[in-house]
Ligand binder design. Structure first.
Ligand code: ADP
Ligand code: MG
Length: 696
């Protein structure tokens, strides 16, 4: 297939083809993302107004929208300019007033002639004991009653848009719906009781009750599924393409990993063993690996990564591990160094700080194969960095790396296998949306012997007690992080508060005991402060959130978070995960500014209740919605018009397995359902999938 199917043309015309839409309203529609009939069809009402007429307003609990037939009794013009004009009317059993502001001339007498009967519909309110409708939405002659929809959909509006315009445009879009063959698995459709596509759209635009607006309403669920299915089909195509692209069979000998195992003071967890086995299998296959390693903080991802990297080295190749920041790259380097030494693998680090002759020497060693393993920041992928035989790329803490970017990396034809590690557990539905093209290994088991972190909520008023507690803990040889509040978006304000806190704690605890790191420090200073803390020279580290990801200082057993209520759940979980890594019992003190908002209180309570990152992630999604849990823009998480990842989480998993199954049954998408699915991809503008279909 080359080009969009003709059947879809009517939906991809300009918005002006819609009834009632001119150049100006087309512009207004564009502001809410509607530029074609297709977009209008997918813009669903979010509410519905019941306009079924009642005989009288008597006994109704205002305020509410009513539709009632009335007789016009009298007009009371506005007494002053800008004041209200009133029309006294009566229904079968009660009196009410229709109120108008800025009515011009004899307009009111014309539409509401004295003695005439009219059907009026609008919001009934009681003001000073008088029932009234201010500016009724509809005024009709009784014989025109059938023009009034009994259920009126309510659309999202933007500037310059009215419900009337939206309803008319939507009706126009629905009139253009082509007949499309079904792309949903018939068994699934029957089981769920879903309507056909066009029927679903018509039903979704014509809700008859609030229940029809629920994500579980069959029409809505079906349309949501269409979006998810199209997205998963794209991911499944990408996955297939990646797996088909010639990979290299990388087989380990086990010699190096055995030495590492012997050097460890602990045994790997079952989850770690499983993950390594899954990775080893991918590496050994001729297919390109594209795998996600998901594990909570402290679940031991580093060891898994190292064992994977060593397979590449044992096979005579090289491996690289990329971290998002200099600090983390350095930490990885330090954590890996003893293990690599035990294995007999040559490890090096490359960051933006490497310059001149030293850098040139490292590049030469990489190119010659004298370096087996490289750890670093983005610097490892600079243009002039050439490897002798790169087999495995590990990307750490990179949930900022979007689907699109990952696919581009794949499209560059880099033959290396890819392992992405996420530090933050994310809910399953999001994982499927974001990483649906990847295979996933989960570290769902923490290394044994971890002590739970005691989490306490403390009002800021008790700051003095906290400092006293800290002072005792430091005297006992313990170490602590002190995270300063995210006062505002501005780094500068955060900085001021961090510096102030630093000064205050230094005064209280003593010179030299307290260190400071923040995002705006020169890298060298930051590293020096970190190094002091890691080595135990400083006992308390005051920080902005730069320590959020990955930092590992086992002796640190106290985490103080100021203004904890200003942080998100995932962030708090990450921060707390910095402690509880050693043998000592750990504490997390969350200082909050009273009074807490309801959501602030819920967030902090959840953290007190559980340390399970996956549960926290699910709660986070439920509280904030998908877009915020992983910022849409950076995450590459697709934006769905209808599907709601939070409330339709289950559908995403179904869509993934169905999409993968369809590609197995009909690899060319050439059968009837396959061709229908192609039309869906065009309909949903899955350009990437379309490109993949055309090459594949
Ligand atoms: P993360 O998944 O957060 O990256 P790390 O790989 O940094 O976790 O591991 C956290 C700590 O747990 C490290 O000090 C590491 O040496 C230790 N560790 C890893 N695996 C085990 C294990 N199986 N048993 C005990 N300790 C482990
Ligand atoms: Mg880590």
């Amino acid at each position: 297939m080359t080009g969009r199917p003709e059947a879809l043309f009517p939906l991809f015309a300009g918005a002006e083809v819609l009834p009632g839409v001119g150049a100006k309203s087309a512009q207004a529609l564009a502001q809410i993302g509607v530029t074609r009939p297709r977009d209008m069809a997918f813009t669903l009402p979010y509410s519905v107004i019941d306009r079924r007429p009642v005989a009288t307003i008597r006994g109704l609990a205002a305020p509410l929208v009513v539709t009632v037939e009335v007789e016009v009794e009298a007009h009371i013009p506005a007494r002053r300019r800008g004041g209200p004009a009133r029309v006294f009317v009566r229904d079968a059993a009660a009196e009410l007033q229709l109120v108008f502001f800025h009515a011009r001339g004899d307009y009111l007498e014309k539409i509401l002639p004295q003695g005439a009967r009219r059907l009026v519909s609008g919001k009934l309110e009681v003001f000073d004991g008088i029932a009234q409708i201010v500016h009724p939405d509809h005024i009709l002659r009784p014989e025109e009653a059938d023009q009034l929809p009994r259920f009126e959909p309510v659309y999202p509006l933007g500037a310059g848009l009215t419900q009337k315009l939206m309803a008319k445009a939507a009706a126009g879009a629905l009139a253009r719906l082509p007949a499309l063959a079904e792309w949903i698995d018939p068994a699934l459709k029957a089981r769920e009781g879903w309507p056909d596509w066009a029927e679903a759209l018509r039903a979704a635009h014509a809700p008859q009750a609030q229940a029809d607006l629920a994500p579980t309403a069959p029409a809505r669920a079906r349309l949501a599924y269409d979006e998810l299915f199209a997205h998963q089909l794209t991911l499944a195509l990408a996955r297939r393409t990646a797996r088909q692209s010639p990979g290299r069979a990388t087989l380990g000998t086990g010699t190096m990993s055995r030495k590492v195992m012997e050097s460890l003071e602990f045994a790997p967890t079952g989850a770690q063993r499983r993950a390594v086995a899954e990775i080893a299998e991918d590496l050994a296959s001729g297919r390109r690996m594209n795998r996600l390693l998901q594990g909570d903080v402290g679940s031991g991802k580093t060891l898994v990564a190292l064992l994977a990297l060593l397979i590449a080295v044992e096979a005579g190749g090289q491996g690289v591990m990329m971290a998002p920041t200099e600090i983390l790259a350095r930490q990885h380097f330090e954590a890996l160094a003893p293990l690599a030494a035990a294995a007999g693998a040559r490890l090096a680090i490359l960051t933006g700080r490497d310059k001149g002759a030293e850098r040139a020497a490292k590049l030469a060693d990489l190119a010659s194969g004298a370096i087996d393993l490289l750890v670093g920041t983005h610097a490892v992928f600079q243009k002039d960095v050439a490897f002798h035989d790169l087999r495995l790329v590990v990307i750490d803490e990179q949930h900022r790396f979007g689907v699109a970017q990952r696919m581009e990396l794949g499209a560059k034809g880099q033959a290396a296998d890819v392992l992405v590690m996420t530090a933050t557990p994310i809910p399953r539905s999001l994982a499927l949306a974001q990483y649906g093209d990847m295979d996933v290994s989960v570290l769902d088991e923490k290394p044994p012997g971890r002590q739970p972190v005691r989490t306490a909520l403390i009002s800021t008023e008790r700051l003095g007690e906290v400092v006293a507690h800290l002072s005792r803990a430091v005297a006992e040889g313990r170490q602590a992080y002190w995270v300063c509040p995210l006062v505002e978006e501005s780094e500068r304000v955060d900085l001021t508060s961090a510096e102030e806190r630093f000064a205050m704690l230094r005064a209280a605890l003593g010179e030299g005991v307290v260190g400071l790191v923040h995002g705006q420090m020169p890298v060298a200073e930051k590293d020096a402060a970190m190094a002091d803390f890691v080595a135990g020279r400083s006992r308390v580290l005051v920080a902005t959130t730069v320590i959020e990801v990955g930092v590992n200082v086992p002796n640190a057993s106290i985490m103080v978070i100021e203004r904890a209520e200003s942080f998100g759940l995932a962030q708090l979980h990450q921060l707390r995960g910095r402690v509880g890594r050693g043998a000592a019992a750990s504490t997390c003190l969350m200082l909050y500014q009273a009074p807490l908002s309801e959501s602030g209180e819920r967030r902090l309570q959840i953290l007190r209740e559980t340390e399970d990152g996956f549960r926290i992630a699910e709660e986070d999604l439920a509280m904030r919605g998908a877009g915020d849990v992983i910022g849409t823009a950076q995450s590459g998480l697709p934006r769905f018009r209808i599907a709601d990842l939070e409330r339709q989480a289950g559908l995403m998993a179904v869509a993934q397995s169905d999409a993968r199954a369809l590609l197995v049954q009909d690899p060319e998408l050439a059968g009837p359902r396959g061709r229908a699915a192609r039309a869906l991809l065009w309909l949903m503008e899955q350009d990437r999938a379309i490109r993949l279909m055309e090459v594949g």
